[in-house]
Design a protein around this ligand. Structure first.
Ligand code: ADP
Ligand code: MG
Length: 239
Protein backbone atom coordinates (compact mmCIF):
# COMPACT_ATOMS: atom_id res chain seq x y z
CA UNK A 1 0.00 0.00 0.00
CA UNK A 2 1.31 3.45 -0.92
CA UNK A 3 1.31 5.98 1.91
CA UNK A 4 -0.80 9.07 1.26
CA UNK A 5 2.03 11.20 2.65
CA UNK A 6 5.66 10.30 3.16
CA UNK A 7 8.63 12.29 4.43
CA UNK A 8 12.10 10.93 3.64
CA UNK A 9 15.01 12.32 5.65
CA UNK A 10 13.57 15.84 5.69
CA UNK A 11 15.69 18.59 7.29
CA UNK A 12 15.31 22.35 7.42
CA UNK A 13 17.78 24.84 8.84
CA UNK A 14 17.19 28.53 9.54
CA UNK A 15 20.53 30.29 9.84
CA UNK A 16 22.41 27.97 12.15
CA UNK A 17 19.32 26.38 13.71
CA UNK A 18 18.29 22.91 12.59
CA UNK A 19 14.52 23.29 13.10
CA UNK A 20 13.73 19.91 11.50
CA UNK A 21 16.41 17.25 11.62
CA UNK A 22 16.33 14.19 9.33
CA UNK A 23 12.64 13.35 9.83
CA UNK A 24 11.13 10.32 8.09
CA UNK A 25 7.57 9.02 8.48
CA UNK A 26 4.52 8.02 6.48
CA UNK A 27 0.82 8.48 6.96
CA UNK A 28 -1.57 5.85 5.64
CA UNK A 29 -4.87 6.89 4.11
CA UNK A 30 -7.59 7.40 6.73
CA UNK A 31 -5.22 7.29 9.71
CA UNK A 32 -5.33 9.73 12.59
CA UNK A 33 -1.82 10.28 13.89
CA UNK A 34 -0.70 12.49 16.76
CA UNK A 35 2.48 14.58 16.60
CA UNK A 36 3.65 15.96 19.91
CA UNK A 37 6.71 17.76 21.14
CA UNK A 38 7.69 20.61 23.46
CA UNK A 39 7.53 24.23 22.27
CA UNK A 40 10.19 24.89 19.63
CA UNK A 41 10.48 21.19 18.71
CA UNK A 42 9.84 21.95 15.03
CA UNK A 43 6.17 20.88 14.74
CA UNK A 44 4.89 23.96 12.88
CA UNK A 45 7.99 23.98 10.67
CA UNK A 46 7.22 20.37 9.71
CA UNK A 47 3.70 21.42 8.64
CA UNK A 48 5.21 24.34 6.68
CA UNK A 49 7.49 21.88 4.87
CA UNK A 50 4.55 19.60 3.97
CA UNK A 51 2.40 22.48 2.70
CA UNK A 52 5.03 24.28 0.58
CA UNK A 53 5.38 27.29 2.89
CA UNK A 54 9.02 26.35 3.37
CA UNK A 55 11.22 24.13 1.20
CA UNK A 56 13.29 21.40 2.87
CA UNK A 57 17.05 21.99 3.03
CA UNK A 58 17.38 18.25 2.43
CA UNK A 59 15.11 15.26 1.95
CA UNK A 60 11.88 14.56 0.11
CA UNK A 61 8.13 14.97 0.59
CA UNK A 62 5.94 12.51 -1.33
CA UNK A 63 2.19 12.69 -1.82
CA UNK A 64 0.73 9.35 -2.97
CA UNK A 65 4.23 8.44 -4.14
CA UNK A 66 4.71 11.64 -6.18
CA UNK A 67 7.63 13.91 -5.30
CA UNK A 68 6.08 17.22 -4.15
CA UNK A 69 9.14 18.53 -2.28
CA UNK A 70 9.26 21.85 -4.16
CA UNK A 71 5.52 22.54 -4.41
CA UNK A 72 4.08 26.00 -3.71
CA UNK A 73 1.39 26.47 -1.03
CA UNK A 74 -1.44 26.79 -3.59
CA UNK A 75 -0.34 23.52 -5.21
CA UNK A 76 -0.31 21.79 -1.82
CA UNK A 77 -3.82 23.14 -1.18
CA UNK A 78 -5.07 21.89 -4.55
CA UNK A 79 -3.66 18.44 -3.78
CA UNK A 80 -5.67 18.40 -0.58
CA UNK A 81 -2.80 19.01 1.84
CA UNK A 82 -4.70 21.30 4.19
CA UNK A 83 -3.72 22.84 7.47
CA UNK A 84 -5.08 24.99 10.20
CA UNK A 85 -2.97 27.79 11.60
CA UNK A 86 -1.80 27.96 15.20
CA UNK A 87 -3.04 31.54 15.30
CA UNK A 88 -6.59 31.61 14.01
CA UNK A 89 -7.07 34.25 11.33
CA UNK A 90 -10.59 34.49 9.91
CA UNK A 91 -11.54 37.37 7.62
CA UNK A 92 -12.90 39.42 10.54
CA UNK A 93 -15.33 41.70 8.68
CA UNK A 94 -16.95 38.83 6.81
CA UNK A 95 -19.70 36.68 8.25
CA UNK A 96 -18.96 33.15 9.41
CA UNK A 97 -20.82 31.80 6.35
CA UNK A 98 -18.88 34.08 3.96
CA UNK A 99 -15.59 32.93 5.49
CA UNK A 100 -16.39 29.30 4.69
CA UNK A 101 -17.83 30.19 1.26
CA UNK A 102 -14.50 31.88 0.47
CA UNK A 103 -12.79 28.56 1.21
CA UNK A 104 -15.23 26.80 -1.15
CA UNK A 105 -14.53 29.36 -3.91
CA UNK A 106 -10.81 28.69 -3.57
CA UNK A 107 -10.67 24.95 -3.10
CA UNK A 108 -14.10 23.45 -3.71
CA UNK A 109 -14.61 24.48 -7.36
CA UNK A 110 -18.32 25.31 -7.05
CA UNK A 111 -20.27 26.33 -10.18
CA UNK A 112 -21.45 29.59 -8.59
CA UNK A 113 -21.13 31.66 -5.43
CA UNK A 114 -24.63 30.55 -4.52
CA UNK A 115 -23.48 26.93 -4.59
CA UNK A 116 -20.41 27.87 -2.53
CA UNK A 117 -22.70 29.34 0.13
CA UNK A 118 -24.93 26.26 0.10
CA UNK A 119 -21.95 23.99 0.65
CA UNK A 120 -20.59 26.39 3.28
CA UNK A 121 -23.89 26.09 5.16
CA UNK A 122 -23.46 22.28 5.19
CA UNK A 123 -19.95 22.60 6.64
CA UNK A 124 -21.26 24.98 9.31
CA UNK A 125 -23.98 22.48 10.20
CA UNK A 126 -21.32 19.73 10.48
CA UNK A 127 -19.11 21.73 12.84
CA UNK A 128 -22.06 23.09 14.86
CA UNK A 129 -21.95 26.76 13.84
CA UNK A 130 -25.24 27.15 11.92
CA UNK A 131 -26.62 29.39 14.66
CA UNK A 132 -23.87 31.99 14.10
CA UNK A 133 -23.69 31.77 10.27
CA UNK A 134 -24.62 35.44 9.76
CA UNK A 135 -22.42 36.79 12.58
CA UNK A 136 -19.14 38.59 11.77
CA UNK A 137 -16.26 36.13 12.28
CA UNK A 138 -14.54 38.62 14.58
CA UNK A 139 -17.29 38.28 17.21
CA UNK A 140 -16.90 34.51 17.68
CA UNK A 141 -15.68 32.99 20.93
CA UNK A 142 -12.31 31.18 20.80
CA UNK A 143 -13.80 27.64 20.62
CA UNK A 144 -16.14 28.74 17.83
CA UNK A 145 -13.28 30.41 15.98
CA UNK A 146 -11.50 27.06 16.00
CA UNK A 147 -14.65 25.38 14.66
CA UNK A 148 -14.76 27.99 11.92
CA UNK A 149 -11.15 27.21 11.07
CA UNK A 150 -12.10 23.51 10.74
CA UNK A 151 -15.13 24.38 8.55
CA UNK A 152 -12.85 26.48 6.30
CA UNK A 153 -10.42 23.56 6.01
CA UNK A 154 -13.26 21.19 5.08
CA UNK A 155 -14.32 23.59 2.32
CA UNK A 156 -10.87 23.07 0.78
CA UNK A 157 -11.65 19.35 0.23
CA UNK A 158 -8.74 18.07 2.29
CA UNK A 159 -7.20 14.65 1.79
CA UNK A 160 -4.68 15.17 4.59
CA UNK A 161 -5.65 17.64 7.30
CA UNK A 162 -2.94 18.96 9.62
CA UNK A 163 -4.29 20.47 12.82
CA UNK A 164 -1.66 22.70 14.42
CA UNK A 165 -2.51 23.12 18.11
CA UNK A 166 -6.23 23.62 17.46
CA UNK A 167 -6.91 22.82 21.11
CA UNK A 168 -4.59 25.46 22.57
CA UNK A 169 -6.41 27.84 24.91
CA UNK A 170 -9.49 25.63 25.28
CA UNK A 171 -10.77 24.31 28.61
CA UNK A 172 -11.19 20.54 29.15
CA UNK A 173 -14.89 20.49 28.15
CA UNK A 174 -14.14 22.52 25.01
CA UNK A 175 -11.25 20.17 24.16
CA UNK A 176 -13.61 17.17 24.44
CA UNK A 177 -15.98 18.88 22.02
CA UNK A 178 -13.17 19.66 19.58
CA UNK A 179 -11.79 16.09 19.74
CA UNK A 180 -15.27 14.72 19.05
CA UNK A 181 -15.47 16.92 15.96
CA UNK A 182 -11.99 15.79 14.86
CA UNK A 183 -13.09 12.13 15.19
CA UNK A 184 -16.13 12.86 13.03
CA UNK A 185 -13.88 14.49 10.39
CA UNK A 186 -11.66 11.39 10.49
CA UNK A 187 -14.70 9.17 9.89
CA UNK A 188 -15.20 10.97 6.57
CA UNK A 189 -12.00 9.24 5.44
CA UNK A 190 -9.77 12.29 5.80
CA UNK A 191 -6.23 11.48 6.98
CA UNK A 192 -5.43 13.57 10.04
CA UNK A 193 -2.18 14.71 11.62
CA UNK A 194 -3.07 16.22 14.99
CA UNK A 195 -0.32 18.35 16.47
CA UNK A 196 -0.20 19.42 20.10
CA UNK A 197 2.44 20.21 22.64
CA UNK A 198 0.33 18.69 25.42
CA UNK A 199 0.43 14.94 25.05
CA UNK A 200 -2.72 14.11 26.99
CA UNK A 201 -4.83 16.00 24.46
CA UNK A 202 -3.99 13.66 21.57
CA UNK A 203 -3.75 10.35 23.45
CA UNK A 204 -7.44 9.47 23.20
CA UNK A 205 -7.87 10.16 19.47
CA UNK A 206 -4.52 9.11 17.97
CA UNK A 207 -4.08 5.66 16.45
CA UNK A 208 -0.35 6.30 16.38
CA UNK A 209 1.83 8.86 18.12
CA UNK A 210 5.08 10.50 17.00
CA UNK A 211 7.29 12.64 19.22
CA UNK A 212 9.47 15.46 17.94
CA UNK A 213 12.28 16.89 20.09
CA UNK A 214 14.89 19.43 18.93
CA UNK A 215 13.71 18.81 15.36
CA UNK A 216 14.18 15.04 15.42
CA UNK A 217 11.66 12.20 15.80
CA UNK A 218 12.62 10.48 19.05
CA UNK A 219 9.73 8.01 19.33
CA UNK A 220 6.90 6.61 17.23
CA UNK A 221 4.30 3.92 17.83
CA UNK A 222 1.24 2.97 19.88
CA UNK A 223 0.27 5.95 22.11
CA UNK A 224 0.32 3.92 25.34
CA UNK A 225 3.88 2.73 24.69
CA UNK A 226 5.24 6.03 23.39
CA UNK A 227 4.22 7.99 26.49
CA UNK A 228 6.17 5.56 28.69
CA UNK A 229 9.29 5.70 26.53
CA UNK A 230 12.11 7.06 28.74
CA UNK A 231 13.35 9.36 25.92
CA UNK A 232 9.90 10.94 25.71
CA UNK A 233 9.54 11.33 29.47
CA UNK A 234 12.94 13.01 29.60
CA UNK A 235 12.16 15.36 26.69
CA UNK A 236 9.03 16.52 28.48
CA UNK A 237 10.63 16.85 31.90
CA UNK A 238 13.45 18.90 30.42
CA UNK A 239 11.11 21.30 28.58
P1 ADP B 1 6.98 24.24 17.41
O1 ADP B 1 5.86 24.45 16.43
O2 ADP B 1 7.24 22.81 17.71
O3 ADP B 1 6.79 25.03 18.68
P2 ADP B 1 8.55 25.65 15.42
O4 ADP B 1 8.50 24.78 14.23
O5 ADP B 1 7.66 26.83 15.43
O6 ADP B 1 8.33 24.78 16.75
O7 ADP B 1 10.02 26.19 15.62
C1 ADP B 1 11.15 25.31 15.61
C2 ADP B 1 12.43 26.15 15.57
O8 ADP B 1 12.58 26.76 14.29
C3 ADP B 1 12.47 27.27 16.58
O9 ADP B 1 13.78 27.40 17.05
C4 ADP B 1 12.06 28.48 15.75
O10 ADP B 1 12.59 29.67 16.27
C5 ADP B 1 12.68 28.15 14.40
N1 ADP B 1 11.93 28.75 13.26
C6 ADP B 1 10.70 28.39 12.84
N2 ADP B 1 10.32 29.10 11.78
C7 ADP B 1 11.35 29.95 11.50
C8 ADP B 1 11.60 30.97 10.49
N3 ADP B 1 10.68 31.22 9.55
N4 ADP B 1 12.78 31.63 10.56
C9 ADP B 1 13.70 31.35 11.50
N5 ADP B 1 13.55 30.42 12.45
C10 ADP B 1 12.40 29.72 12.47
MG1 MG C 1 4.04 25.42 16.62
Amino acid sequence: MTAILELRNVSRTFGGIRAVDDVSFSLNEGEIVGLIGPNGAGKSTLVNLITGVHTPSAGKVLYRGEDVTRQKPHQAARRGLARTFQIVQPFPEMSVLENVAAGEMFGGEPSSYHEAEERAAEHLDFVGLSHVAKTPASSLTLPNRKRLELAKSLAMKPKVLMLDEVNAGLNPAEIDGALDLISRISRRGITILIIEHLMKVVLSVSQRLMVLHHGALIAEGAPGEVVRDPKVVEAYLGS
